[in-house]
Design a protein. Structure first.
Length: 244
């Protein structure tokens, strides 16, 4: 009965009401394939509907309405297309003078090959969680990587500050984060990890943060699982020193 009532509400374009009814039907019968299918399909329809509505408002510079639509879409699926990036950009514009920051790349010169990518991903997660302070906003990681993959080779042969400035302008960021990972001395279990924030308009270094972690043999054997902790330590130091 509840599923049928949901279908009726959907046919009348009362989508929120239909969702509530499908959820209620599923709560009464959690194994109902029909109710779950209805709920999943309508949720997919809703995220697309609100996403497209948000884009329309954004193109018309109705940013308040765009943000409201993106927020509704975000509830259904935060990973939908470039929703997270659009939501972040509109929110930053509305708040005014809020730095839009993008973590671009870390140059890895350490003994641990391949640690730069999970390091960036973990640092993005840590700093994005801290952006709720409304002092800054982060460009979505997927958006950054897409621009790097599309543009970097045509702009520069190496990962340097000049490339960072160009990528920052393409991304619309006011500040970008770049970094370096090196092994300390001859020992492969000691590292120096440096993160720098650069102002896109001038190329000036706003701040430079370093951490110098070391690990025992057991930790080195399971090194990938140490990376989130490194990112957290770096993010905590960044916040403590008033960078973000």
């Amino acid at each position: 009965m509840l599923t049928q009532m949901g279908d009726d509400s959907k046919s009348k374009e009362k989508y929120e009401e239909a969702l509530a009814l499908y959820k209620k039907a599923l709560s009464y019968n959690p194994t109902s394939v029909e109710a779950k299918s209805r709920l999943d399909n309508l949720s997919q329809d809703m995220v697309a509907r609100y996403y497209n509505l948000g884009r329309t408002y954004e193109n018309e510079n109705q940013l308040d309405s765009a943000l409201e639509a993106y927020e509704k879409a975000y509830i259904y699926n935060p990973n939908y297309q470039d929703l997270a990036d659009r939501y972040t950009r509109v929110k930053a514009k509305l708040q005014g003078n809020i730095p839009l920051r993008a973590i671009l790349f870390f140059v890895n010169r350490s003994s641990q090959l391949g640690m730069e990518t999970p390091m960036i991903q973990s640092l993005q997660t840590e700093l994005a969680s801290k952006s709720t302070s409304k002092k800054f906003a982060m460009v979505d990681y997927k958006k950054v990587q897409a621009v790097i993959n599309e543009q970097a080779k045509g702009l520069s042969d190496s990962l340097n500050d000049s490339l960072a400035m160009d990528l920052g302008r393409i991304l619309g960021a006011s500040e970008v984060v770049v970094g370096e990972i090196v092994s300390e001395g001859k020992k492969s279990n000691k590292f120096i990890i440096t993160a720098r924030v650069l102002k896109v308009s001038s190329g000036d270094v706003v701040k430079e943060i370093k951490i110098s972690p070391s690990f025992n043999d057991k930790e080195m054997a399971d090194f990938q699982n140490q990376i989130p902790g490194l990112a957290k330590d770096l993010a905590d130091k960044i916040v403590k020193e008033g960078w973000f």
